[in-house]
Design a protein around this ligand. Structure first.
Ligand code: F6P
Length: 327
């Protein structure tokens, strides 16, 4: 959507689960805004902070020294009340009271739903996808995914060392809410024997058979990567497999929130810079009501209606690859 004139006072927030690279994106947004002659504001604690008016000015120095830091200097929050019409109106009042005329919302699909609500009320918004889950519709990859994958890879490489020494099998649970992307990619890049994701139902009997076959082929360990949201989470799967007398010593590692932290990778910093710059340059040209995203090699946009209502699905070709390469 093209407005008559670009904004003069933009605000930026980070919302939902934090993702490595959010700070690099905040820095890119603020410095691009300043370079284009706008004022920049930071909204602390996401939409909750916005409703409460927790807003500060951001200058170039305020975003110095943060490009390498995980988490988000603006803090984040999950705020269910933002679905309510009166809460959205309160947010709008806070923005207008400070003369803020556009908002850059950095986060996952819930963040985009918040931005969509403001867009529907006529407020100029621009989305920047950041979530380790990689479930944001309209971008091939979100900020934070690459760093999370490297964290998972490092953990699985270490687990394989001890698994192999003891000839044990490990079930490793990754995050992803109800999206199997992180698990699927981890399965391929770590050489896991099996990967279980919410999008593909695999009976525990098949997992047991795969683990037994791996040992029969001469392997000294087996790694089963299980995504959060899969039918049997890691601990439940372990119980199922043990009840089948698997014949292999089993251990479980749930990686948990360690996947959300850490210094962003080179890829995530570059992606954050590209998306942050594009978001503000597009606002300056009068564009709004969209989310920027990486599509193939280019930074393009999708309407906020789509980013806020659809979910990106993992490419099941990767599932086929993971199974084939696990032999
Ligand atoms: O969306 C990111 C994510 O880490 C999901 O993978 C996970 O399901 C959820 O957030 C965990 O949320 P919280 O940090 O609120 O426990």
């Amino acid at each position: 959507m093209l407005a008559a004139m670009g904004p003069k006072n933009i605000a930026v927030l980070t919302a939902g689960g934090d993702a490595p690279g959010m700070n690099a994106a905040v820095r890119a947004v603020v410095r691009t805004a300043l370079a284009l002659g706008m004022r920049a504001h930071g909204i602390r604690r996401a939409y909750e902070g916005l409703v409460q008016g927790d807003i500060c000015d951001l200058g170039a120095r305020d975003v110095g020294g943060i490009i390498q830091r995980g988490g988000t200097i603006l803090k984040t929050a999950r705020f269910k009340d933002f679905a309510k019409a009166d809460t959205q109106q309160a947010a709008l009042q806070q923005l207008r009271a400070r003369g803020i005329d556009a908002l850059v919302a950095i986060g996952g699909d819930g963040t985009m739903r918040g931005a969509l609500a403001l867009h529907r009320l006529g407020f100029p918004v621009m989305g920047v996808p950041a979530s380790i889950d990689n479930d944001v519709y309209g971008t091939d990859i979100s900020i934070g995914v690459d760093t999370a994958l490297n964290t998972i890879l490092d953990a699985i490489d270490k687990l394989r060392d001890t698994a192999s020494s003891h000839q044990r099998a490990f079930i490793v649970e990754t995050m992803g809410r109800n999206c199997g992307h992180l698990a699927l990619m981890s399965g391929i890049i770590s050489g896991a024997e099996m990967t279980l994701i919410p999008e593909q139902d695999v009976p525990p009997e098949e997992v047991a058979a795969t683990v037994r076959e791996a040992y029969a082929r001469g392997k000294t360990h087996a790694i089963v990567v299980v995504s959060e949201g899969a039918k049997y989470p890691a601990i439940a799967l372990k119980e199922k497999l043990n009840a089948m007398n698997l014949g292999v010593d089993l251990r479980v590692t749930v990686l948990g929130h360690v996947q959300r932290g850490g210094s962003p990778s080179a890829w995530d910093r570059l992606l954050a810079a590209r998306l942050g710059v594009s978001a503000v340059e597009r606002l300056a040209k009068g564009e709004s009501g969209v989310m920027v995203g990486l599509q193939a090699r280019d930074v393009l946009t999708v309407p906020m209606e789509e980013a806020g209502s659809r979910q990106r699905q993992p490419d099941m070709e990767y599932y086929r690859m993971a199974r084939m390469l696990a032999k």
